[in-house]
Design a protein around this ligand. Structure first.
Ligand code: SF4
Length: 120
């Protein structure tokens, strides 16, 4: 089987061709660096992504910062099959204290999330 993919490991976005018959026979071409090969193999065997989303602010925080939500990013890549479940679990998170970019704001289903901007 052959897959055409775009490597998302960096902004260059190389076009990859991934040929595979089994987990032991995966060929990746079109990559400009080793990360592309890793990405191609991962896409076939176990696709993962960073999850970027937002979490709610408390009413007090929303008034203080004139915003309703805080952008966050997972601290590690998450299997694609878990994305929806993790996103839904984040619905219960409410930020009620000032924080800085990079601060850990939540941990759901074993995945930690950090603030993508500061509220100070
Ligand atoms: S193969 Fe390397 S250079 Fe190309 S997009 Fe992926 S990480 Fe970037």
């Amino acid at each position: 089987m052959t897959l055409s993919l775009t490597c998302v490991s960096c902004p260059k976005g190389c076009s990859l061709l991934v040929k595979y018959d089994s987990a032991d026979a995966i060929e990746v071409s079109g990559n400009s660096c080793p990360k592309g090969k890793e990405f191609g193999v991962s896409e076939v065997l176990h696709p993962v992504r960073f999850l970027t989303t937002t979490v709610a602010l408390s009413d007090e925080m929303a008034k203080l910062f004139h915003a309703g939500r805080l952008p966050v990013i997972s601290e590690k890549r998450i299997p694609r099959e878990d994305m929806v479940k993790v996103s839904l679990a984040l619905k219960g998170v409410v930020i009620s204290e000032p924080l800085s970019v990079g601060d850990r704001v939540a941990s759901v289903m074993g995945y930690d999330f950090a603030a993508s901007c500061s509220l100070i």
